[in-house]
Design a protein around this ligand. Structure first.
Ligand code: GDP
Length: 300
């Protein structure tokens, strides 16, 4: 939590800056509210949620007779937590039928951090005493399977790979098959993320999922989004949600120049929770998402 706070606080975060400005004003007046609202809108919180938040805050502060910025903090915190929604179920679905592994597919555009996230999730699950297998179903770039294999060695997980150019679905199938043979608890499937042909992507991801499900049900489809890409990330989310049944979101690169407000928008857009956040490039830089911790991180 301390690390999360530090990372979010030191990040160049428009939302955090707007909050800090609001809370450090001598008096909250009309101008302060206008500035606050426009900063929220230009951050990745989105127009709807921003207007809503300001409206709620204003009326609550008026009802409570609060004009001191310091006293406004608690109200603001509560409203932000509500916006991020602490009631969403964010744990990873690891249920599996006897003799079958829990299957988790990771999807997302290249460069968002899919392979890295597979590695980090592997590390997390191994630490929970799960037996884990990786499936390198991104067969379009030789480097992708290579990279996943390296992650596997790093975190002590075997990687099932195919030849370069092999059918991604067949590699995924083999990985699940191997997981069954080994009685593994979880198999994490890395997939390709070329977005230039939407139909191709749709065919491919759909096929990967269908072929896996000849062996074992896919319990989770995690969409990996790069938090620094803002509205672009939302567009990607929409496209992926059309082609596969996304069950959770991993928001990467929230360290650095992240825009935390995107959490709210993407959850609304897809109707699924952010389950994990990426906070760096190392194996331990993945955290389960927690609404209250996240908001505390934003508030500093
Ligand atoms: P993929 O193409 O989606 O599989 O993306 P990669 O896993 O290869 O990641 C692309 C780049 O983003 C790599 O340089 C990663 O180290 C980096 N990366 C991934 N996740 C994070 C994160 O949470 N924070 C930071 N700072 N970098 C990340």
């Amino acid at each position: 939590l301390v690390r999360l706070r530090r990372r979010l606080a030191t990040s160049n975060n428009a939302l955090a800056r707007a909050l800090a400005e609001l809370l450090s004003a001598d008096r909250i007046d009309e101008d302060t509210w206008d500035d606050f609202e426009s900063t929220l809108i230009t951050s990745d919180l989105g127009v709807g949620p921003s207007t809503e938040l300001v409206k709620k805050l204003r009326s609550e502060l008026a009802v409570e007779g609060i004009s001191e910025p310091a006293a406004a903090r608690d109200v603001l915190r509560a409203e932000l937590v509500a916006l991020v929604d602490p009631t969403l179920e964010r744990s990873l679905t690891l249920d599996h039928e006897p003799g079958l592994p829990a299957v988790i597919m990771l999807v997302g555009v290249n460069g968002t951090g899919k392979t890295t996230t597979v590695g980090k999730l592997g590390r997390m699950l191994v630490a929970q005493d799960k037996s884990v297998l990786f499936g390198a179903a991104d067969t379009f770039r030789a480097a992708a399977a290579e990279q996943l294999g390296t992650w596997g060695e790093r975190v002590g997980v075997q990687t099932v790979r195919g030849e370069e150019g092999a059918d991604p679905a067949s590699v995924a199938f083999n990985a699940v098959d191997e997981a069954i043979t080994q009685h593994a608890d979880v198999v994490l499937i890395d997939t390709a993320g070329r977005l230039h042909t939407k139909v191709g992507l749709m065919d491919e991801l759909g096929k990967v999922k269908r072929v896996i499900e000849k062996k074992a049900p896919v319990g989770e489809v995690l969409l990996v989004l790069d938090a620094t890409t803002g509205q672009n990330g939302l567009t990607q989310a929409r496209i992926f949600a059309e082609v596969v049944n996304v069950t959770g979101i991993v928001l990467t690169k929230l360290d650095g120049s992240a825009k935390g407000g995107i959490v709210v928008q993407v959850q609304r857009e897809l109707g699924v929770p952010v389950k994990f956040i990426g906070l760096g490039e190392g194996p331990d830089d993945l955290a389960p998402f927690d609404a209250e911790q996240f908001v505390d991180g934003l508030l500093g």
